[in-house]
Design a protein around this ligand. Structure first.
Ligand SMILES: CC(C)(COP(=O)(O)OP(=O)(O)OC[C@H]1O[C@@H](n2cnc3c(N)ncnc32)[C@H](O)[C@@H]1OP(=O)(O)O)[C@@H](O)C(=O)NCCC(=O)NCCS
Length: 176
């Protein structure tokens, strides 16, 4: 299998672990949201660059919500994986879980979708992204829905007219 036909999701899956230290917290002893977003961006950027085999730039981040506080001394694990490549962009899904340092009290913290653009090594301009080959049910579901998420985020960013969002239109027509 060569890169023209695509790469497996597992090939670029990126797992990152951090222990929450005093410098990472707010006055209540909880992890600052901005630090978590920074780590999410790093894990996703590494995953995107591994998949694209190029430098990448963060183009957008979808909605992030924080379900419950992560405490000083907790250990968080970020797992980032590519869902789909479009023309020059790739969508990366990142999940964050937290636990005590012993592994006790494990819980899902939050998740988000990031979009990165593959950049040409010489010109620094957007370049073709390597396709993704989804193989299991979860990967196939993420792959299929990615095109609707892309249209929605491009509409919200003012980069696509709603009337050009064919995937979303077909999706909602199915409910008529
Ligand atoms: C992201 C960036 C490379 C896009 O460049 P551009 O000249 O606008 O390129 P294009 O309009 O051709 O878009 C390139 C790709 O980005 C995607 N894109 C652009 N804006 C986007 C957005 N807001 N959300 C999601 N995808 C976006 C396009 O859909 C396109 O993907 P596709 O080729 O797969 O269809 C450019 O805007 C940039 O360099 N931004 C700053 C990146 C950065 O510094 N990030 C860190 C933030 S501090």
């Amino acid at each position: 299998m060569n890169n023209e036909s695509g790469k497996l999701v597992a090939h670029s899956r990126t797992v990152m672990t951090e222990m929450i230290m005093p410098n990472d917290t707010n006055p209540m002893g909880n992890l600052m949201g901005g630090y978590l977003m920074r780590w999410m961006d790093i894990a996703c950027a590494v995953c995107a660059a591994r998949h694209c085999e190029s430098q990448v730039a963060t183009a957008s981040v979808d909605h992030i919500s924080f379900h419950e506080p992560i405490k000083l001394g907790d250990v968080i694990t970020l797992t980032a994986q590519v869902t789909r490549a479009f023309n020059t962009s790739v969508e990366i899904f990142v999940e964050v879980s937290a636990a005590d340092i012993t592994g006790a009290n494990p819980r899902q913290s939050n998740h988000a979708y990031f979009t990165f653009v593959a950049l040409d090594r010489v010109t620094g301009k957007p370049t073709k992204a390597i396709p993704v080959i989804p193989i299991n049910i979860e990967e196939k579901k993420q792959y299929e829905v990615a095109s609707r998420r892309r249209e929605l985020r491009l509409i919200l960013a003012g980069k696509m007219k709603p009337e050009d969002a064919m995937e979303l239109r077909n999706f909602f027509n199915d409910f008529k």
